[in-house]
Write a protein that binds this ligand. Structure first.
Ligand code: ADP
Length: 265
């Protein structure tokens, strides 16, 4: 079709005395770039989808062998198959996350929106993540200083945003640490924050962690498993809801991720 997509940049234009006399707007036709993005995204979805079913079938077959249905196993054989299953499960979750990202990027998620009370959602998320935090001897507190107005959003996606941020906070915080979830009104937005006392993120990595597959590799994080797709998914979802995400972090002290979502007026 003849649909075109533009990116717009606006700058205020002032005279010598600093008075605003107008706005300069530069429009850039990015239709071709967006179309290529779509092709790439469709391709990734297709590959991820095609890979997932054979992987699941391999997992099921290994399980049959591990259950002893094809004859008894030595301890060594069982151990090797256990490790193989572990790696395959990693690939299955990678393909699921690739599918999620492609879905978010193609704008499919915006179809169903409802009024959401983020305070209630945070309570549910805290309850859901509590066992994992407890097992790691990390406290998980929720701070709701006042009532919140609802946001208009896709429930499943916002759950994914919160779940990813809380999951990361648990993964990247050592034993004995603290995580604090909070939410508050900020003019026409609700701000949700996930604060941890974890490893923190070096200044040069702060912008990169939102790029697909980027993972910080150092002595502390090397053993933590992940795909590097969590934060790109989070960012795409938040931006698709006309919100934004920001991170403050001090290496060795901890990180705070702030998500702003517009009110559902
Ligand atoms: P994953 O956790 O699967 O590696 P993410 O996209 O969720 O992927 O995160 C990217 C990287 O950002 C992580 O590998 C980690 O290095 C860093 N990171 C994310 N959350 C935190 C956090 N709360 N504290 C410290 N580092 C974090």
């Amino acid at each position: 079709s003849g649909e075109r997509i533009f990116s717009a940049r606006c700058l205020p234009f002032r005279d010598r005395s600093g008075q605003n006399v107008g706005v300069i707007m530069v429009l850039h036709d990015i239709t071709v770039i967006k179309k290529m993005d779509q092709v790439r995204s469709d391709f990734v979805s297709m590959v991820a989808h095609e890979i997932r079913s054979p992987l699941n079938s391999i997992l099921a077959q290994i399980q049959v062998v591990r259950d002893g249905l094809a004859g008894g196993l030595t301890e060594k054989q069982e151990e090797i198959l256990g490790r193989a299953s572990e790696r395959i499960r990693g690939l299955v979750s990678l393909s699921s996350e690739l599918l999620d990202l492609a879905r978010v990027e193609s704008g499919l998620i915006l179809q169903e929106r409802e009024q959401i009370d983020l305070g209630e959602m945070l309570k549910d998320q805290r309850d859901f993540h509590c066992p994992r935090a407890e097992a790691a001897h990390i406290t998980l507190d929720l701070l709701l200083p006042g009532p919140l107005m609802p946001v208009l959003a896709n429930r499943r996606n916002i759950e994914e945003v919160l779940s990813n941020l809380i999951g990361n906070a648990i993964s990247y915080t050592p034993e004995g640490g603290q995580i604090e979830l909070s939410a508050a009104m900020e003019s026409d937005y609700v701000r949700v924050s996930v604060k941890d006392t974890g490893f923190g993120i070096a200044p040069e990595d702060v912008d990169r962690i939102f790029a697909p597959f980027y993972r910080v590799k150092n002595d502390k994080t090397r053993m933590i498993v992940g795909t590097g797709l969590g934060l790109p998914i989070v960012k795409s979802i938040v931006e698709a809801h006309n919100g934004w995400i920001r991170v403050e972090s001090t290496p060795g002290r901890g990180s705070t991720f702030h998500v702003h979502l517009p009110l559902g007026k």
